[in-house]
Design a protein around this ligand. Sequence first.
Ligand code: OGA
Ligand code: MN
Length: 218
Amino acid sequence: MANNLQDSVQQPSFSYRELVDALVDRGYLVVDDFLSPELTKALRDEITELNRMGIERAGIGRGGALQVNDDIRSDKTQWIEGETSAQQQFLSQCDDLRSEINRHLFMGLHDYEAHFAVYEPGSFYQKHLDAFKGRSNRVLTNVIYLNEHWESEWGGELAVYDEADQLIERVLPKGGRAIFFLSERFPHEVLKTTKQRLSIAGWYRINSSTGSYIDPAR
Ligand code: OGA
Ligand code: MN
């Protein structure tokens, strides 16, 4: 990884306040330039290389119930474990945000997990919720886009719906852009893409472990 990444730690160009206010008012926010172009490129290069070496088809569900289902989603994913300086920088930027959100909103966000996702041409992810009330510890989703450039004719937009299932936003997956939304409230889908589409999907989680039940590591 290029060393200059270490020296050029960038703050997101939006204010924490903007995110906090949007979460209170609307429950979601789209921001451009959430990641610097340098970090976006470094992460794009990494996922491109990981994909070249071969990464896994994404599954639905967790643990024993994990299954690959072609009808629901056709992306490939790789968990981000902080193995490179770009990944560390990404995780620390998202974790700084976690502290700020907790400070202002008392959401009790406990940790953050994220994976790279590759949607090859023809791939999609059908309309879904990331969390069901009381059944998941995922409370806030963010999705960060890594393609340098995207055109609307290429498909692959993220369609976001409200609680009444009305379309509220079609987000072009343009490099550096991010969307944040409350995981239980917004059904969303990745429309079929005609170009390779690179992104990171992440979740801020509360700790819902109890004495007899330990939250899975992810
Ligand atoms: C997901 C997801 C959206 C996107 O991985 O759960 O909804 O735009 N991703 O990649
Ligand atoms: Mn989702």
